[in-house]
Design a protein around this ligand. Structure first.
Ligand code: UDX
Length: 454
């Protein structure tokens, strides 16, 4: 089989590279000549584990190609995948101009029966709209449109493609479904379920999945806030909830709020669809508000931990990527925390293993110092704040920290450290949903037990 993938962002590039690894000849198309030239040289513009070796090896073997020309990729392709960006507009709507432009350009180059699929996350009804536009551009073309959403997480996109929980395909004809079954045969033979439906079902399944994950994360974040007030341990609450197989343990780690290029965009688009079709998604509406508010309050929480104000204090922020193993800072909590600390008068330094270049483009503040060296970043800090759970930050030695820091405040927004150990090491330690009162024993009994007895 031969496929064409339009767009070489993390979805398109991972899709093309992984399908070529299955022995399918893949042509990745991008309008940016520099990007195509770099890919041909084996230079990968995004950081994704395992992606570089997959691209280089399959490009060398001659079954992964990069081009700017649809005319080279589309006519020979059995399946054409649209994997271009669907950025969020001010209104919260997904901007489909790039999807439609790609679809119309594809239509001009079709030859022979082809299935054109949307890989990008697109609002319900987009596949049908694409079909109509393509028929207008090329009335005689023999094609079907299908929805085939990706479920790739940044930082594990290759693994998620090679070992998906499921494949979802939405199409209107048996012919299209058969071709897609053939395309994913290696995964289906390996036991992966392929859910075949109509396009709207497939498009909705993607938004519903992402929105539900955002709901789950926001739920435990709000439970954590209650834990802080009633002196309970959100880690124990999360573990006991997760042991119920209907809930499952994943995505129940309380933190600073979700970010990334998907949850924020997809939840807004889903909520908007609810309004547009008269089926309000009230839960997702409230999750969007709760998550935004949470990120806006991060600087205030750091100020609270510093005794009420960070004015004139040196605050070192560890981690600016929206999550570990990626260099992506889109909608990262850092984009709220860094400016928030500056506005509150703190002297801010930041460290991240991969995302420093990206964050400096987003946070326009010359006074923030960015460090590739962790020791430099925390030297003379009055407070250290862990924002992204990179492995680099998981085992910082308390003695080493005390020696390097000027103060002793440690704010752990990812609950990486043990509260008792940090308190015993002499830190003013704060985390999410694990109040210090749980550990400040009085009369040899924890405060929680004390209160329970009262
Ligand atoms: C997500 C979906 O997981 C993926 O299936 C979809 O295709 C794209 O969107 P991604 O945005 O890469 O993937 O990140 P993910 O790992 O899902 O995390 C999303 C956000 O939730 C991050 O900000 C992360 O920090 C946060 N999160 C996740 C938590 O705060 N707690 C958790 O327990 C899990």
């Amino acid at each position: 089989m031969k496929i064409a993938v339009i767009g070489t962002g993390y979805v398109g590039l991972v899709t093309g590279a992984c399908l070529s690894e299955f022995g399918i000849e893949a042509w990745c198309v991008d309008i940016d000549q520099d990007k195509v030239d770099a890919l041909r040289r084996g230079e990968i513009p995004i950081y994704e584990p395992q992606l570089e070796e997959l691209v280089v090896s399959n490009h060398e073997e001659g079954n992964l190609h990069f081009t700017t020309k649809m005319s080279e990729a589309v006519p020979q392709a059995d399946v054409v995948m649209i994997a271009v960006g669907t950025p969020e507009m001010k209104t919260g709507e997904a901007d489909l101009q790039y999807v439609f432009a790609a679809a119309e350009e594809i239509a001009r180059h079709l030859s022979g029966y082809t299935v054109v699929t949307t890989k990008s996350t697109v609002p319900v009804g987009t596949s049908r709209a694409i079909c109509a536009r393509m028929k207008t551009v090329n009335p005689t073309a023999d094609f079907d449109v299908a929805s085939n959403p990706e479920f790739l997480r940044e930082g594990s996109a290759v693994m998620d493609f090679m070992r998906p929980d499921r494949i979802v395909v939405g199409a209107d004809t048996e012919r299209a479904h058969e071709l897609m079954q053939q395309l994913y045969r290696p995964l289906v033979l390996g036991g992966v379920h392929l859910e075949a439906s109509n396009p709207e079902t497939s498009e909705l399944a993607k938004y519903a999945a992402n929105s539900f994950l955002a709901v789950k994360v926001t739920f435990i974040n709000e439970v954590a806030d209650l834990c802080d007030e009633v002196v309970a341990d959100v880690g124990a609450v999360s573990r006991s909830m997760g042991m119920d197989f209907r809930i499952a343990p994943t995505f129940l780690n309380a933190g600073p709020g979700y970010g990334g290029s998907c949850f924020p965009k997809d939840t807004k688009a889903f909520a908007r669809m609810g309004r547009e079709f008269g089926a309000r998604q009230t839960i997702v509406d409230s999750v969007i508000l709760a998550n935004n508010r949470r990120k806006e309050m991060l600087a205030g929480k750091v100020a609270e931990a510093c005794g009420g104000s960070v004015k004139g204090k040196n605050v070192a922020v560890l981690g600016v990527a929206f999550k570990p193993n990626t260099d992506d800072v889109r909608e990262s909590p850092a984009l709220d925390l860094l400016p928030g600390l500056r506005e509150a008068g703190a002297n801010v330094s930041a460290h991240d293993p991969k995302a420093l270049f990206q964050v400096q483009r987003e946070v326009d503040d010359e006074t923030i110092t960015y460090h590739t060296d962790l020791e430099d970043c925390i030297s003379d800090a009055d407070a250290v704040v862990v924002l992204t759970e990179w492995d680099d930050y998981k085992e910082l030695e308390p003695d080493w920290l005390h020696k390097k820091m000027r103060g002793n405040t440690f704010v752990d927004f990812r609950n990486l450290y043990d509260t008792e150990e940090m308190l015993e090491s002499g830190f003013e330690y704060f985390s999410v949903g694990r109040p210090r009162a749980l550990y400040q024993a009085r009369d040899g009994r924890s405060v929680a037990l004390q209160q329970a007895a009262e």
